[in-house]
Design a protein around this ligand. Sequence first.
Ligand code: C2O
Ligand code: CU
Length: 479
Amino acid sequence: LFVSSSIPFLSSCSNKDMNMGGNMNMGQPVPVTEGNFSALFAIPPIVGGTTTLTAQNVTANSNEFGNVKGLGYSSGGLLGPTIKVNSGQSMNVNFVNQLNEKTNIHWHGLKIPANMDGHPENFINAGGSFNYNFTVNQRAGLYWYHPHADGTTGKQVFQGLAGLVIVNDSEETALNLPSGNRELPLVIQDKRISAGSILYAPTMMDQMAGLMGQYILVNGVYAPSHNVETAKYRVRILNGSNARIYNLALSNGASFTVIGNDGGLLATPQTVNSLTVAPGERADLIIDFSSMGLNSELFLISKTFIGGNAQGKQEFKIMKFKVTTQVVDNFSIPTTLSSIAPLTESMATKTRNFEISNVDSGSMSGMMMHTINNKSYDANRIDELVPNGAVEIWTFDNTNGQEPHPMHLHGVQFQILNRTGGRGTLTALEKGWKDMALCMPGEKVKIIVPFNGYTGKFVFHCHNLEHEETGMMGQFQVS
Ligand code: C2O
Ligand code: CU
């Protein structure tokens, strides 16, 4: 069995971890502990495309825990600033690694040259620096950045390294969507916090299910509350968790509107009562507080869901909104948001199938391994050769699997054609352009990908970061 030597947590299997029985117990995540929702909601600072990011140890006030040690991209706390650029502009990021281990930055969702993309082998050693310099040429949307060095990704993201990239364009600006204090970015992440630190020490069960924490943080703050007006708000969500899937809903059962996702605006708004958002996915929502009374409260919650195994079994609150100001809001959601030409199967010149059902227990190393087509990640192996300009169908087959796998491709945006098994039809979040495709156990998801970006070597992988770290990643070469 292939064993990657670069995986840092060769945890031995205690009997407790190995207690899977004949019927594999797919991991019982620690139940979520709700806070008291008294902390002030915080929004990461906004910077332009020319900036310095310094990966470093930080002490953050995450509320209710006092000061917590973690990682950030500035001295201000967990996470990094939100980088805001217009489509067509260039980014010039002076990146400094002040950690005591390797790291790098992957610009998740951006179509940029391979040598700027943060491939797991393109890392910056402790004390080093690198200049990320590229032009952003794509639709308005919510993208993000995070470390991606082989073997340290899961740990560094969990400990706080992540940030948002907001791309604007004229099409989106013309819609006059809620902005200013009515545009709220939310990075939702679960953490384990112990003895004043964000603890990353996955057991074998964590490697199998992915590492989940009992505390839900929003923008680095545990259990925050935000005062709102009686108006429609644009709430732009990133699930920045390593492994936890959220089934977002409002505590009063009210519907809300999905206007965008990973790759920007949808063609038309979609009204839903709940929305499953997997690690790495983004959800651009309009939440309407206009009919709520003064001083009333509303929680963003995660409802139970089917298919996520143990992690779908709990409902919990994520953050609180309190209506404190009465205003007249004349905004109404446009009936058309964007024009998106759907890609059809007949456009594709090749179909590739990826079996993502298998979980192997690496008996020699005493750790879990995850595979794609029965192969674990090998930096020295190119898995797929793709001609530049090709349109291809890729299917991710989790029909016989027991764990959810949110699959991600670097360097492209794609469309989801269909899902068979499991949840069946596509959700509101799965229309339009995507860079993530969630495959619950029993599901097979078919995507269509125009490889119309840059040539070079890119990775594709499960965005459950423990799955990625234990092998569930491959490489494709576009040439
Ligand atoms: Cu957000 Cu390769 O990842
Ligand atoms: Cu996975």
